[in-house]
Design a binder for this molecule. Structure first.
Ligand SMILES: Cc1cc2nc3c(=O)[nH]c(=O)nc-3n(C[C@H](O)[C@H](O)[C@H](O)COP(=O)(O)OP(=O)(O)OC[C@H]3O[C@@H](n4cnc5c(N)ncnc54)[C@H](O)[C@@H]3O)c2cc1C
Length: 391
């Protein structure tokens, strides 16, 4: 970390505690408001033409992807919505396809960053037009499941909840008349909690974004008031340095104990993800193809899994009637309908869970394609020596 005019300047690999100088953002932000402030700064300085973020809609379960062009509107988008199980990469690519040459800033969870990389490999998006402000992500809770969990486990009317947060391993709600927190481990052991694909995710700190921002590692008097920022690219370093130099953000070196703690929490979350992989895949491995056949027999062939997959997105219209070995008009379709899709996507499946989340028949599609992906990867990972199914 270098200094200019007494203020820190950033380079790739640096880490900071950062907090906003904008009082309106500070009030609404999840931590130090660094994410919203950096996006606002990028918009004001015309580093980007627009910003894609998530805004609270009707209630805490309603996360709405929002395109912002007026920097003043960004304050309303601060804060984390843990029931926002969206994949932001998909609208981002649509926006860029329709607005050639547009420079877009956006908030990205790990799955968004992986999806953007997949789109870039397929030349659907030019990374030079994107500014990716990553947020660490321990996982999201599906909105429908969240309402059920709050009613059954918290014994609270989900319509009375006005705030939710995840802190120190607990899912915490604030509602009319009080607040309650339950350990996520306990919720998940009884079938609630994060989406199953998020539990299996090992990509908690999105280091392929330009900056990776989170709350892990912020301790002492800055706890809850600063954002932990890891600088992951020269573009990220440049943005952060300029925002600090122009007084939009304050920053200081992280507490070494906090740094150590952040590494430990990340490590523990990765271990937990591995545990979930083992648990989910071991059951599947006993009868993978039988399970796929049984589960997909509910399929109504709505094509949502195809339309919403970031690595397999031919137009459903184009596909209709053109799948050899699958007779048109049959519901449920012949299992080859799904087998072909798995064969086509599973080597690039990023485990974003959109196929499963948006499946009208609740078929655990993400588990199948993720299991096939991990199984295939293990063949190229001599370190593991054997398949994840059996280790
Ligand atoms: C679902 C989720 C899980 C998280 N889990 C962890 C974690 O386990 N550990 C950790 O260190 N940090 C986690 N974070 C990051 C942390 O909550 C803060 O977002 C981060 O510290 C930045 O704080 P800030 O005050 O600078 O952000 P703010 O200035 O408040 O900005 C937050 C940004 O996140 C966007 N956003 C809100 N909800 C979503 C969503 N569902 N999907 C995509 N973007 C969204 C907002 O639009 C806004 O741009 C998580 C964030 C989210 C969204």
């Amino acid at each position: 970390m270098a200094l200019f005019g007494g203020k820190p300047s950033a380079k790739k690999g640096d880490m900071f505690y950062a907090w906003t100088n904008d009082q309106e953002i500070a009030k609404k932000a999840e931590c130090g408001g660094a994410v919203t402030t950096l996006l606002k700064y990028a918009l004001e300085k015309k580093i980007v033409d627009a910003v894609l973020v998530v805004k609270r809609g009707q209630d805490v379960y309603d996360a709405v992807p929002t395109l912002v062009t007026d920097p003043k509107d960004l304050k309303d988008t601060a804060g984390s919505l843990h029931c926002g199980s969206l994949l932001m990469a998909k609208p981002a690519v649509k926006i860029l396809e329709r607005n050639k040459g547009m420079k877009l800033g956006m908030t990205t969870k790990g799955c968004d960053v992986m999806a953007i990389q997949e789109y870039a490999k397929r030349k659907k998006v030019d990374l030079n037009n994107l500014l990716l402000i990553g947020v660490n992500c321990g996982g999201t809770v599906s909105p429908v499941a969240a309402r059920k969990m709050i009613k059954e486990k918290f014994e609270v009317d989900p319509d009375t909840v006005h705030k939710e947060e995840i802190d120190k391993g607990q899912f915490i709600i604030e509602y009319q008349g009080g607040h309650k927190g339950i350990k996520i481990d306990d919720l998940e052991d009884s079938g609630y909690g994060r989406r199953t694909n998020c539990r299996r995710c090992l990509y908690k700190v999105p280091r392929q974004a330009d900056l990776a921002c989170g709350n892990w590692g912020v301790i002492g008097d800055k706890a809850g008031k600063a954002t932990f920022v890891e600088v992951c690219s020269d573009k990220g370093a440049d943005l952060l340095s300029k925002a600090i130099k122009d007084g939009a953000l304050n920053a200081e070196a992280p507490d070494p104990k906090g740094l150590d703690m952040r590494g430990k929490v990340e490590g523990a979350m990765i271990k937990l993800g591995e545990k979930w992989r083992k648990r989910d895949f071991e059951v599947l491995s006993k009868d993978l193809f039988g399970t796929i056949q049984r589960e997909t027999s509910r399929c109504i062939k709505c094509y949502s899994c195809i339309e919403n997959c970031p690595v397999c997105s031919p137009s459903a219209e184009k596909l209709k009637g053109k799948l050899y070995m699958v007779k048109p008009g049959e519901v449920p379709p012949n299992p080859m309908f799904h087998m072909r899709r798995f064969a086509h996507i599973s080597d690039s499946c990023i485990n974003c869970g959109q196929c499963e989340e948006l499946c009208a028949m609740d078929i655990p599609l993400a588990k199948f394609s993720h299991a096939i992906r991990v199984e295939a990867d293990s063949a190229f990972e001599p370190k593991l020596g054997k398949s994840v199914y059996s280790n």
